[in-house]
Write a new protein. Sequence first.
Length: 112
Amino acid sequence: MHDRLREFPDAAAMVSSLADEIVARLKAGAAERGHASMAVSGGTTPGAVFDALCQRDAPWEKTWITLSDERWIAPDRDGSNEHLARTRLLRGKAAPAHFVGLKTDDATPDAG
C-alpha cells in the first residue's frame, strides 16, 4: 500500500482507477497463489466500484469474495451487504466469482 494522496478530476475517474487497481491485485493474487480473495464493504460507497468491476476482465473464476461486515437481515433484502454484492458486483464478467456470505439462518448473530 502506498502512503500518498491521489486526486481525480471527478468521481468517474476515481471509480475507474480504483477498479483498475483492484483488478491488478486480483490478477497478481491469482498468478502468485492460484486464487485471489477480497473482502468488500456494503453501504452506499462501493456500489459504483462494484458496477465498474463487474464489467472488467479479471480471474473471477479464481476469486473468492466475502463481506467485511453484515447486517443481521435476510440476504435478499435492501440494506443487506450480501444483497448489494450480489446485485452490483457478482454479475456480468464477475458472475463466476465465488461468494462466501456471513449471514446464517440463525435468529441472532450470537447464535450464528
